[in-house]
Design a binder for this molecule. Structure first.
Ligand code: ZN
Length: 499
């Protein structure tokens, strides 16, 4: 069919431009000489604009109109149908925003991000407040433009977790919150906290890098189709079908952040490396959603990387790189990497307390979008929620309401993906345990390939072909179910804390 061929060619053009953009953006965050940023951002702006213009072009509109006609659509192959469905999904959202409004938004957003950085450095919420008010106004406008049935927040969630709603999130969060709050209290009051003193010291960068590479190789992250570099904020980027790069960041006084950062990004990397090659440049060569992507990073970081089985296999490797650990028993080490501590900063939170950071952000941003909460009241509400959830009070706004970049960039509706990632990871890992005989034994003997292959078969290869809930159902036999996470944390931390 002629239209289908033209449509696919146009997607290839867009894909190639995006590939170039990704490479330049990767370079900008890793190796670019300091003085080159200004010119680079102009080049990036130009290329992104070209790709965006093609994706909302009249040409694209005509192809999609033809290909979404019921009889035409039904005659397509399953992959082509998925491509047309999701490309059309995004196209309609982009096209719904008037170009003038979008341009003004882009300008206001970059001002807002710039001011946020300063405001955070000075811990000055008042400086950031008018910009955040603008971003919340845009979110409300966009929600109205995109449309929703029940809650304007649903229209925003759609960008990150298609099909998820605020109502469903509340249904997930409420029982989870109750259980976790009481479990956490019991753990801290009655449990035996592990000694973590040996995790700080002097750990040279080169050796830490060696350790990260060993772990990534054990995970079967493909270094012939990827690399590990350094950046201020760790990330994963897919530059092309055989080029998925990850980064980490080394702190020489701490053993673990770079290591688990590498495993986390490695999990994202395995997902992107595992997407079927014939989905390249079809609009489907990404993850199913932010939440599903995060489930893969969390699965490798926590369900594998923080498991007893993994350290049975990997501890001798760590001792080879850092001989000072010969005097630390593996069981002590395992307990130390699973220390639970209510803290102020989301990105430093442990597995158990992490979801509280998300619950409070969801509570606040859903209130903002629905007009129940005003921006000016955020610092107070934030501190109050931190107390309710975690029993800690931020000393200032830099360690409180100003800590995350997301809101400054207009990303309202993004945070729940992180929590969903944790919950999905528990559910997916439980399914893997049911289906792979003696999974723990395999991990303990260094066989991580069986698990990677299972994930590739059940999730990775499909890219964005299916909606998040569909892929979860296909892989685990049911929709989102937080019980798996609860069961996992109760069992694991009762053991680690010797309850
Ligand atoms: Zn991640």
């Amino acid at each position: 069919m002629e239209t289908l061929e033209k449509y696919k060619n146009l997607l290839k053009e867009i894909g190639k431009l995006e590939s170039a953009t990704s490479l330049l953006a990767w370079d900008e965050r890793t190796y670019i000489p300091e003085s080159a940023h200004e010119a680079r951002s102009q080049v990036l702006g130009k290329l992104s604009k070209m790709a965006f213009e093609l994706s909302v072009s009249d040409e694209m509109g005509e192809y999609l109109e033809e290909l979404t006609k019921e009889d035409v659509f039904q005659s397509l192959s399953e992959k082509d149908r998925a491509s047309v469905y999701w490309v059309n999904h995004d196209y309609k959202r982009f096209k719904a925003i008037p170009p003038d409004l979008f341009e003004q938004y882009t300008i206001d957003r970059s001002k807002s991000e710039f001011v946020w950085e300063k405001a955070k450095a000075e811990s000055n919420f008042e400086m950031f407040r008018p910009h955040l008010e603008k971003m919340v106004d845009y979110a409300k406008k966009f929600a109205d433009i995109f449309g929703y049935e029940e809650n304007p927040y649903d229209a925003l969630l759609e960008d990150y977790e298609p099909g998820m709603t605020a109502r469903e999130l509340k249904e997930i969060i409420e029982p989870l919150r109750k259980e976790l709050v009481s479990f956490l209290r019991r753990l801290l009051d009655e449990g035996e906290a592990p000694d973590t003193s040996f995790l700080t010291g002097n750990f040279p960068k080169e050796k830490q890098r060696e350790l990260s590479i060993r772990a990534l190789k054990a995970m079967h992250y493909d270094f012939k189709a990827g690399r590990l570099d350094v950046s201020a904020h760790p990330f994963t980027t897919k530059i092309g079908p055989s080029d998925v790069r990850i980064t980490t960041r080394y702190i020489e006084t701490e053993l673990l952040p770079a290591f688990f950062g590498s495993m986390h990004e490695g999990g994202h990397g395995l997902y992107d490396q595992g997407i079927d090659k014939d989905l390249t440049w079809t609009g489907l060569d990404t993850g199913a959603s932010m939440g599903i992507h995060e489930s893969q990073s969390r699965l490798w970081e926590n369900y594998v990387g923080r498991s007893r089985a993994f350290w049975q296999f990997f501890y001798p490797q760590l001792q080879e790189v850092f001989p000072e650990f010969e005097s630390v028993p593996v069981e002590d080490f395992y307990r130390a990497v699973n220390k639970v501590e209510p803290s102020l900063i989301r990105v430093e939170a442990d597995e158990l307390t992490y979801n509280f950071h998300i619950m409070l952000r969801f509570e606040l941003e859903e209130g903002l979008v629905n007009g129940r909460i005003e921006v000016k009241d955020l610092p107070e509400l934030w501190d109050d929620a931190m107390n309710r959830y975690l029993g800690v009070t931020p000393p200032d706004d830099a360690h409180g309401v100003l800590q995350d970049v997301h809101w400054s960039g207009g990303m309202i509706g993004y945070f729940p993906s992180y929590m969903l990632g944790n919950l999905y990871a528990a559910q997916i890992f439980a399914a893997a345990r049911r289906e792979i005989p003696d999974l723990e034994g395999k991990i303990a003997s260094g066989d991580l390939l069986t698990l990677r292959e299972w994930l590739r078969e059940k999730i990775h290869r499909f890219g964005r072909m299916y909606a998040p809930k569909e892929i979860l159902e296909k892989a685990t036999g049911e929709g989102p179910n937080p019980e798996y996470f609860l069961k996992y944390v109760r069992e694991k931390f009762s053991d680690v804390y010797r309850l």
